[in-house]
Design a protein around this ligand. Sequence first.
Ligand code: HEM
Length: 405
Amino acid sequence: MVSKPIPDHVPPEMVKDFSLFLSPDMQRTPNGDPHAAVACLHDGPPIFFSPNNTRDGRGTWVITRAEDQRRVLQDPETFSSHRSIFASALGENWPMIPLELDPPAHAVFRSLLNPLFSLERVMVLEPVVRERAVALIDRIFASSTSCDVMKDFAFPFAVSIFLCLLGLSDERLDIFVGWGKDLLHGDAVKRTAAARAIVQFIDELATLRRKDPAADFMTFVVEAEVDGRPLTGEEVRGIGVLLLVAGLDTVATAIGFDLAYLARNPKDQKLLRNEPTRIVPAAEELLRAYSTVQMIRVARKDIDFEGAPIRKGDYISCATAIANRDPAEFDHPDTIDLAREDNRHSAFACGPHRCLGSHLARREIVVGLEEWLARIPAFRIKEGTSPITYGGQVFGIENVILDWS
Ligand code: HEM
């Protein structure tokens, strides 16, 4: 990946050779620990410039303190979310909605979608979530004493819930899992092909639901109105694509990191197995310690921020993996304490773009862990294998081969 030139206004002493994409442990590494790799940043300045910190090799300012990240994320007047990341990969220019909209348009779409992902709605969906988890885990247990949790459980589980939201059967599960993999780990050609396939799929589904409505998410979107008018085709696409992309890898990755942690820490595994009521706070601690999403904002004006001369158009990175290991915010941030109290982590962000799917994500993770621990005996990482981790826009874990023989 070729770095773009460092802009002239960035003082050389504020440039740091650290990248969420390229630093050691951020690249695809067996047994890597991208989360531990951010610890070095907390001894340094509150903000620095990383010359190559996006997928396309752009430099960004990096905010290292949780408190400063909150200032950025809660100030959309200064720090915009308007970027078209997904569309620009296709040479197009349309926003994922509501993620890439700023106020006041953001609030219009957010209030439209909020009721669909409320806690009450998620609790109605919970039996389906549990049924999917049980079916997948029972199948694994019946056929083997080992599996790759990502391939056999985490991805199919997260994708099947998404298909259920869209009102689709599991028939196309493998196709979706494949798109997800290509989008995240594929080379540029595979990534673009997967992005095109996803857009085509969402557009076709929207056309179908306009003609033939059903009791599902896409029908709701194509029939919805904002400001007294129906949504445009581009808006429908922006919402559909975001929901697919947002829920695809994040939940699967969280489950992967959680089970890898429990496989390596048999005492904690036993504790949760024997006392399942501890799973809810444990899942929060694991969301904190293994936070995955890096948020990027674009400066709308020149501003001096903690001594950094940010200029209009600069990119600002707020990585949840950095904020949630900030010692000013959490005692012993690198220690995983499954009973941690007052755990106000920002894995789901804060401010107007706070994760719309957080209730659903939390339920999927907790139900996934509950059913896994209830059905699979004491497990460990299979000898001779090592989970492959990577940093980036969304941190990930590629394979977690577990063994309970
Ligand atoms: C562990 C799982 C998840 C994590 C860690 C996560 C994290 C995040 C974060 C950090 C943001 C803010 C992004 C930004 O401001 O740039 C976000 C936004 C969003 N997430 Fe999630 N997410 C997860 C699961 C989900 C799921 C399952 C869905 C939906 C099915 C979802 C839907 C969304 C949407 C629609 C937004 C945009 C909200 C807005 O702009 O108002 N997420 N998520």
